[in-house]
Design a protein. Structure first.
Length: 96
């Protein structure tokens, strides 16, 4: 498997991971329950848009520091961090 295919596969997996995490976050507050495909897609798209906005910050920092890291790699890392943060808030923080 070549390097670019691994990067695209990793990016796709990180975007797919946002789906169950964003639905779990919406269902955890008790106000509204995601019970249709449209509502699930709305939550997924909003989480992905937030991740895209958050990944602009490292891109700007990379351009200032003259580093050569691609936007796809930064977006993938941001997706994983956002998913981990949501899972931490949902499942680990209530235990503490």
């Amino acid at each position: 498997m070549n390097d670019s295919l691994k990067r695209y596969l990793n990016a796709a997996l990180s975007v797919l991971l946002l789906l169950p995490v964003s639905i779990a976050l919406e269902n955890s507050d008790g106000l509204e329950v995601v019970d249709s495909i449209g509502e699930g897609l709305k939550e997924w798209i909003s989480a992905f848009m937030l991740s895209m906005l958050l990944s602009i910050i490292p891109v700007i920092a990379n351009s200032v520091l003259k580093k050569n890291i691609g936007y796809l790699m930064i977006l993938t890392i941001t997706n994983y961090i956002l998913s981990a943060l949501i899972l931490f808030v949902l499942f680990i923080l209530p235990i503490l």
